[in-house]
Ligand binder design. Sequence first.
Ligand SMILES: [Fe+2]
Ligand SMILES: [Fe+2]
Ligand SMILES: [Fe+2]
Length: 448
Amino acid sequence: MQHPESTIRSTNSFPFINRCKGCILSAMLENLKVRLSDLILAFSRVLDFVSPQVANHHLRVAIIASEIAQSFGVSRQESSDIFLAATIHDIGVFSVREKFEALEFEMANPHLHAERGYLLVKDYNRFSRAASLIRHHHTPWASGEGCTSNGEEVPIGAHVLHLADRIEVLIYKNMEILSQKKHIVSAIRCHSGKMFMPELVEAFEDLAVRESFWFDAISPEIPQIISDRGRLPDHELDITELLNISRIFSNIIDYRSSFTAVHSTGVSAVSSMLAQMVGFSDSECVMMTVAGYLHDIGKLAIPPEILDKPGKLTEEEFNIIKSHVYHSYRILEGVAGIETINTWGSLHHERIDGTGYPFHLKGSRLPIGSRIMAVADVFTAITEDRPYRKGMAGEHALKVIQGMAQNNALDHSIVGMASTYFGHLNDVRIEAQRKAGEGYQSIKQLLS
Ligand SMILES: [Fe+2]
Ligand SMILES: [Fe+2]
Ligand SMILES: [Fe+2]
């Protein structure tokens, strides 16, 4: 775990900041090297933590789809798009109920989650082609009519993804794989021409004779196999791209729950402003923004039915909620280059007196960045409106965070800073969340 810092930086320059705007970002940021593939794999894996019944669904579909695409003979670019789309194809599935419905071979209404997924990622340039595949990953072939949908061309990759997805849901997880082969091949063949493009079914049948195809599909080493084959786009992200992709991910994390639909955006804005007040460099403030976007990434592993439960949580439900920070930490730990961002973001429920969770770190073991995030998280959670209650007004909110500082749960100095500039911080939060809220509402309206 990251070595801790425990005091406010002496370079505190807020609000009389005399910072040179546009100054060159520090060496730390210039050296930031994050592979897009690592980030996508981490994201893909956490999507399937939500239930053991869907464990590795995305990565299994990715490996099956990529084998079919190769056997069929698509271009390198198309193959990469298929792989990328497959790793996140069900991001538009918001509830566990929908998740289980998606495991039915002939699901009743697949288009809502496919359209949601498309809307969530289409504006990020690296995902724009994959977005179209996600949109159509349940479009049936329908004797060739599935070449287009609503006047729009459906890429072959979408049909590859559809086929791979349905093969994966036919695999019984508790049964030996090779003895299932005959049944799966015949079920798919039955739907050739109707659900699936016949040439792709043929490509699948060619592959199905190989034991390795089936063993790969269920291998516990899938993340390693995927990395070794290098089939995901392997760009190194600069900070602008890291910011963009984190913002997209934060929407996916937040939009699953109407209760907290703009929470990460608010935390991100408040934490980076607090970091600036405390004297973090420009580059560190950008890293704090990213940390805020990703701090609740582990919530993807929590059933939205629990996140959105009206009324009091049972002890078991609260325990499940508690696991979100553990998942955030462990999943981001696998992404080289974001160690500091992970430490700042994922430790936001730790408390200075050691009463937080999940690691019970205390005192000087909690870096200043994590302390800032803890204050930003509480600040945002109590001041933001939720569908079931209004956010706390200034005085009331201040009392809460100051009380937590007095009890040695939150950092005194940071809470002092947040109290002094409460109005400014709150305005920053409101504006950031207003913009994010517009995005959320527009997706809701488009799909209603
Ligand atoms: Fe799906
Ligand atoms: Fe799926
Ligand atoms: Fe959290």
